[in-house]
Ligand binder design. Structure first.
Ligand code: SF4
Length: 726
């Protein structure tokens, strides 16, 4: 590539890390342009810990309650956290982003692997804020070796992810060996044309000699960055060492790390097989338990093929596609190594048709969302859809759920080929679905543009433009707070209704995944048990986002005696691994936290984020659940498991299904479960210390030491005494 045109340059002295923190954050306004380095106070660390906590605090300070996703003051903030970048314990390279989302119009957080978070911290920054809008396409370069921050005019006509990441690894590296010292954040064309824009983050794979991509997938963060005219954010830091975080006790860090490496070595092959299949090992498990989303979450199992074969998208199919025996970790030291890839995949469609590429994934969410949920049982199609979704920068979860909604609308007759500009979008129509994905990125076709706005906005567009019945679409569009549901069927798990729809940011499984505890193992039978789980797990999982860790090594690998040593509810927490986290946090930071402290650290940020949503929604941050998430909506959905659903109706309501029409049975079960949802919501709100509107009480804020003036003001503005539970 030709030499890029330098628009602006600043110098700085990188601060070295002490006990996990640099205590500096970098603010860049790409509109003015302006650069500032801010100090991190003791109070900021005490209240927000790091990672997502820092993101949300910085974002809160940058926006007002009227800020829209495409206002210049909206920010995309990214931070690692105090453990981010350690190399001794698997899963320690995650970074977390936050921004006002175009889909939900409130704060959203999204995490990614790859090297960006660690290299940013090693370059001297606990967090990076990007604000403003540039007047042309730009590339931001942070050089942690030289202490330089540069903004270049982007010469790249092709803004798609694989092109940009390969070009910039080449451009900024001195030689082949230097490429691993670089990480590129980049988007793609669909981040300009849709609200589903994801952010890709690279790590250089030295064996494949190519950049690989992980994603801050959800919420439309890529759309925010492209709106700011950012083509790429590049960071460079050379000669990464295992001591970069300057921990207080390297011996403990090494000892705990070795213990987990051994567990992974000994048990991964008999537990989750993350090293050979990645998270795609879930495909057949979900299918077996009837929770694999199929045809827009109507069914939980996919139909057998004409030969009676059930295993059309099971993990053995993906295992055959993934290159085996490669150390596919997305950060140094992750021996769980789940970042599987398909090598030498020849694309059959689109602008790169005929080229052989490396495809990152598919992970389970992509395999289900761009598989059974759209009625496609062809792993090679899913691999191609996965490639283009990443390349164009579309979140594969929102894309899969949005396309599934479109297919059902087509089958219901709300759409036809005239409205879709010639595409026959019945479930399983692979060619038309792939063409729609390309059109969404191209941004010229009005129907594809509507789909790219996501499920919530599609409902309005389809109703207004095509006369589609709003009431039915409200029942079947699987979204909450404007965010598409990730790929698990929750109809039969009351706790997972909460795990999806009583969340901070919408239905994403990174808060709580309780289906097995609840539906399969029946370990949390009462509402109080479910509420306890919906308090503990969202907070425990929040902690990963504060520290800068990947959740997967917590429970996708377990000590051999976990289930014999502990009672079931305790075993689900994987107590030995929780202790590992306490030990490594203390070993890095020099603090003396306990297991209980993990939860209170998280609770502070969890309640802060809840009040952020209350602020952005002006007191109206309501938790809703669509009918499709509660129970069957249509007779064919009921009849697919008729005996099961009839029995459930009798068991749950006492109503004898005998003699009732299927429509009557559906109505009665829906009414009953909506009542159950309300009881769940109240029980969870009470357990969390929130009022009837889901607003944290002043007493809760005081208990957490979060009675900060700006939070107290929000509570007082939007709560009345009548909102309190007695
Ligand atoms: S478990 Fe997988 S996603 Fe998590 S850090 Fe390791 S390779 Fe990356």
């Amino acid at each position: 590539m030709e030499k890029m045109n330098l628009l602006k340059e600043w110098s700085y002295t990188p601060t070295r890390i002490d006990r996990g923190y640099t205590r500096k954050t970098l603010y860049l306004n790409v509109g003015t342009p302006e650069m500032r380095i801010k100090d991190v106070s003791d109070e900021m660390i005490a209240k927000f810990t790091g990672g997502r906590g820092f993101d949300l605090k910085l974002l809160w300070d940058a926006v007002t309650e009227d800020t829209k996703w495409n206002d210049p003051e909206n920010e995309w903030v990214v931070a690692g956290g105090p453990l981010c970048g350690i190399t001794q314990y698997p899963g320690s390279g995650k970074s977390y982003s936050a921004f006002i989302s175009p889909l939900s119009e409130q704060s959203y957080d999204s995490n990614s692997g790859g090297y960006f978070g660690p290299l940013l911290k090693f370059s001297g920054f606990d967090a990076l804020e990007i604000q403003g809008k540039a007047d042309r396409d730009i590339i931001v370069y942070i050089d942690g070796d030289e202490g330089k921050i540069q903004i270049f005019e982007s010469p790249l006509r092709d803004v798609n992810a694989y092109t940009v990441s390969e070009t910039l690894h080449d451009y900024f590296a001195k030689d082949e060996a230097d490429k691993r010292n670089i990480s590129v954040i980049c988007m793609g064309k669909a981040a300009e044309t849709t609200f589903l824009g994801c952010v890709n983050a690279s790590f250089y794979d030295v064996r494949r000699k190519a950049p690989r991509l992980k994603q801050y997938g959800r919420g439309g963060g890529g759309t925010v960055l492209r709106d700011k005219k950012i083509v790429a954010l590049v960071v460079k830091y050379s000669n990464v060492k295992g001591t970069e975080n300057n921990p207080v006790d390297m011996d403990v860090l090494q000892k705990v790390g070795v213990k987990l490496h051994k567990e992974i070595h000994d048990f991964d092959d008999v537990q989750c097989k993350m090293r050979s299949i990645g998270t795609a090992h879930l495909n057949e498990i979900m299918d077996e338990y009837n929770i694999l989303p199929t045809h827009n979450f109507k069914f939980g199992q996919h139909p057998v093929d004409p030969e009676g074969n059930r295993a059309r998208i099971h993990s053995e199919k993906y295992k055959a596609l993934f290159t085996q025996n490669m150390p596919d970790g997305c950060w140094y030291g992750c021996s769980l190594a789940c970042a599987k890839a398909v090598d030498g995949f020849e694309l059959k469609t689109g602008p790169l048709k005929g080229q052989k590429v490396i495809v990152d994934g598919p992970e389970y969410e992509t395999a289900a969302g761009l598989g059974s949920n759209v009625g496609v049982y062809d792993p090679e199609w899913t691999v191609e859809a996965n490639f283009y979704a990443d390349h164009y920068a579309m979140d594969t979860i929102s894309l899969g759920t949005s396309l599934a909604f479109v297919c059902e609308c087509f089958e219901l007759g709300f759409l036809d080929t005239k409205k879709t500009n010639g595409l026959d979008l019945h479930f399983g129509n692979k060619d038309a679905l792939m063409e729609l994905i390309h059109r969404m990125a191209e941004g010229k076709d009005d129907f594809a543009l509507a789909v790219g706005k996501g499920s919530r906005k599609m409902k309005s567009i389809f109703a207004e433009k095509y006369g589609a019945p709003r009431e039915i679409m409200e029942k079947i569009a699987m979204e909450g707070q404007g965010i598409e549901t990730s790929q698990y069927m929750c109809k039969e798990s009351i706790a997972q209704w909460g795990g999806y729809f009583l969340t901070l940011k919408g239905p994403q499984h990174d808060e709580a995944w309780l289906i097995f505890m609840d539906m399969v193992n029946k370990q949390i039978p009462s509402f109080e048990d479910k509420a306890e789980a919906l308090h503990y797990f969202p907070n425990f999982r929040t902690w990963f986002s504060l520290a800068g860790l990947c959740k997967l090594p917590w429970n996708d690998i377990e000590p051999e005696d976990n289930h014999t040593r502990y009672k079931p509810q305790e075993a689900a927490r994987v107590p030995e691994h929780v202790q590992n986290y306490v030990d490594i946090f203390n070993a890095v930071t020099g603090q003396s936290i306990t297991k209980e402290d993990l939860i209170s650290m998280s609770e502070r940020v969890y309640n802060f984020q809840r009040l952020f949503q209350v602020r952005m929604q002006k007191g109206n941050a309501v938790h809703n659940i669509p009918d499709r998430a509660l129970a069957p909506v249509f007779p064919d959905e009921w009849d697919a498991r008729k005996e099961y659903h009839d029995a459930k109706l009798l068991e749950e309501t006492g109503i004898d299904p005998e003699g009732l029409s299927t429509e009557e049975k559906i109505k009665k079960l829906q009414e009953h479960r909506r009542g159950v949802w309300q009881v769940l919501k109240d029980t969870v709100y009470k357990r969390r210390g929130w009022n009837k509107k889901g607003i944290p009480t002043l007493a809760k804020l005081k208990e957490l030491g979060m009675d900060l003036p700006e939070l107290v003001a929000i509570v007082e503005k939007y709560s009345t005494p009548e909102d309190d539970y007695c």
